[in-house]
Design a protein around this ligand. Structure first.
Ligand code: CDP
Length: 222
């Protein structure tokens, strides 16, 4: 049974890689960042973003959510990402989401022979014995450009585009710093992770590097 753990910085291409691997190997894939985003979204919707006990509210909210994943463009906003990163530092909330992530891995390994999870602490905390661990990074300028392209906005003026790119660079940087510096499950590569910089390669080149590692590896599945 194969576990593939993918971690990395914001907008580094880990989600795209996870989806492509899931299609290639027919293993279910879980975007764990989306779970934090779903909790953040519900907190905003319930007007609890500024609650004096945000940790408690986050936990109550998480317990009510059905984490079946579906693509929802609203979840991808930077406002949601910022709150997701803030609540991701709450240990009690992480415990609730961690157990769902571990359960997902267990269930799908049994049913499909493998699973793929992406996030910040997959190789270090959720799947410490994963067969393959990847840590994906790229320069912040490249990541901001990719995120801007994903938003699919047509700009009337070049200056508006530059302005939006600049604010994305600031937001992504801020989130990386808080993800790296938090005490609980900080964003850090697992010691046995393959670290890949995607600044100069596209999604298909990344897929090919990763599949070469997986298929050329002498690591045995259990
Ligand atoms: O897509 P992007 O890389 O920008 O972010 P994401 O994967 O959707 O994650 C949003 C936020 O959730 C991150 O900035 C982290 O703070 C948090 N997160 C986490 O702490 N642990 C995870 N396993 C996944 C996400």
């Amino acid at each position: 049974m194969i576990e593939i753990a993918i971690d990395g910085t914001a907008a580094s291409g880990k989600g795209t890689l996870a989806k492509k691997l899931s299609l290639k190997y027919k293993f279910p894939y879980l975007d764990t960042g989306l779970m934090y985003r779903m909790v953040a979204y519900d907190l905003i919707y319930q007007k609890k973003k500024y609650s004096s006990n945000l940790e408690l509210e986050s936990c109550k909210t998480a317990k009510k959510i059905d984490f079946q994943q579906s693509e929802n463009i609203q979840l991808r906003s930077e406002e949601i990402a910022e709150l997701a990163s803030k609540i991701a530092s709450f240990p009690d909330l992480r415990e609730i989401l961690n157990s769902q992530q571990i359960e997902f891995a267990k269930k799908n390994k049994k049913k499909y022979g493998g699973c793929i999870l992406d996030g910040r602490d997959i190789g270090t905390k959720i799947l410490p014995n994963a067969n393959f661990k990847f840590f994906i990074n790229a320069s912040v300028e490249i990541r901001a450009k990719r995120r801007l392209l994903e938003k699919n906005i047509s700009f009337l003026h070049e200056n508006d585009e530059k302005c939006m790119l600049q604010s994305l660079i600031i937001e992504i940087n801020k989130r990386d710093v808080s993800d790296v510096k938090r005490k609980v499950s900080p964003l850090v590569p697992a010691e046995d992770a393959f670290i890949i910089d995607t600044s100069l390669i596209d999604a298909n080149e990344l897929l090919s590097i990763v599949t070469n590692i997986i298929e050329g590896s002498s690591k045995k599945s259990d």
